[in-house]
Design a protein around this ligand. Structure first.
Ligand SMILES: Nc1ncnc2c1ncn2[C@@H]1O[C@H](COP(=O)(O)OP(=O)(O)O)[C@@H](O)[C@H]1O
Ligand SMILES: [Mg+2]
Length: 373
């Protein structure tokens, strides 16, 4: 994806616009790779890298956002995840390179081969002169309604920490079962969004009913996780490594689920390869998965999800896990037409994904039980 974007974009010399005297640009959150800024009047945010050397990774993330948001930016049902749409990528003028803006051509974006065009003019909506390092804009994920943040703190935080930080989003750690009943310390400052495991989620949802706020059921959330993961795996072709799944705000519905943060994702599938009318001898997988069959790669995806991610329900979480699996497999079934000639292979690779996920969980449960004895 990356090479094609570089080829298609035009390089243009851009003189930075006038820098606003008193910048209202606010740093609202940060991770280990990027920082997120917001200008109060806008419904977009700016993701910038902490280190210049990471510009290619950021550009690739921008492309991932384009492909991913085109398959899931407008949730239809409770429990479905939305993905922020990216708008523009900005590479500042360097010693040996001109400045460059790349538009995400969302309006005519095809799911599997996102197209970009270069923009010769600086859009007045963007404040690129504020950024010395590569940056892109995307939709703002609205913060949770203040009532939700307040109730979360009252229910799950010790009194002494309730004023240390404000809560904008909550991470849906449905694979975690070890959160304390009450959190007694948090790192001050800008840090990651607080966690909601299933029991905290249920308690919060019940509590919020009396405020007229309706949350999706945990089963709907689990199904939505399966659906978005299957779409990222099979429609976008990425391994979904280190993405974040959160509960955020929504002006229309009170709450909404969002998936975002794609800078660690690796392409594993060449999605166009599955779209040929007939089977070809061309490779289907790529990068570090290039030597794998679809089933071998799917098994490796399961290992990654099991060993590194905390969001997805685990097989032993009965009553929840089935919904996650149904969400994933239902998406595979519904997508049959996308990979007509390979429908059988995709189905059996998805089965392999769950066999491995369940095997790893059973193994871990057995180990834990042995240690308890
Ligand atoms: N589109 C967005 N709208 C609102 N907040 C966001 C958005 N994207 C990211 N964030 C916030 O910024 C934090 C850091 O962004 P993220 O993309 O996760 O950076 P990193 O790649 O460093 O992990 C996230 O955990 C989240 O709280
Ligand atoms: Mg992050």
């Amino acid at each position: 994806m990356l090479a094609s974007t570089l080829n298609r974009s035009l390089e243009v010399s851009i003189s930075p616009p006038h820098r606003p005297a008193d910048s209202e640009l606010q740093l609202i959150a940060e991770g280990s790779f990027g920082q997120i800024f917001h200008w109060p009047q806008q419904t977009t945010v700016y993701k910038t890298v902490r280190e210049d050397g990471h510009h290619l990774q950021l550009l690739r993330e921008f492309e991932c956002y384009s492909a991913a948001s085109s398959i899931a930016h407008q949730p239809q049902a409770p429990g479905e995840f939305g993905i922020p749409r990216p708008w523009q990528y900005w590479q500042p003028i360097g010693i040996d390179q001109p400045g460059r803006i790349i538009n995400a051509a969302n309006s005519h974006l095809s799911v599997l081969s996102p197209r970009y065009e270069a923009n010769r003019e600086l859009s007045s909506r963007h404040l690129w002169s504020e950024f010395q390092l590569p940056t892109f804009t995307m939709d703002l994920i609205p913060s949770l309604h203040p009532v939700i943040s307040q109730r979360y703190k009252l229910l799950f935080w010790a009194e002494k920490i309730r004023h240390t930080m404000s809560i904008r989003l909550l991470r849906l750690y449905f694979g975690r079962t070890n959160l304390p009943a009450v959190t007694i310390s948090v790192q001050p400052g800008l840090k990651s969004d607080p966690p909601l495991d299933v029991s905290r989620y249920e308690r919060l949802a019940e509590d919020l009913e009396s405020y007229g706020i309706q949350m999706p059921t945990p089963q709907q959330v689990a199904a939505g996780m399966g659906q978005v993961l299957a779409r990222l795996h099979w429609l976008v072709g990425i391994n979904a490594s280190d993405i974040e799944l959160v509960l955020g705000g929504s002006p229309a519905h009170g709450v909404q689920l969002y998936a975002f943060d794609f800078n660690q994702c690796k392409q594993w599938l060449l999605p166009d390869a599955l779209h040929t009318g007939s089977k070809s001898s061309a490779r289907l997988t790529c990068d570090k998965y290039a030597e794998d069959t679809l089933s071998q790669a799917a098994k490796r995806l399961a290992i990654l999800i099991f060993t590194q991610e905390l969001y997805y329900p685990r097989p032993h979480q009965t009553g929840l896990y089935e919904h996650f699996k149904d969400g994933y497999m239902g998406t595979i079934e519904a997508g049959r037409d996308n990979w007509a000639a390979y429908a059988k292979e995709v189905q059996s690779a998805a089965d392999c994904f769950f066999e491995e996920y369940e095997r790893l969980d059973a193994e871990k449960q057995a180990r834990t039980n042995r240690l308890k004895r």
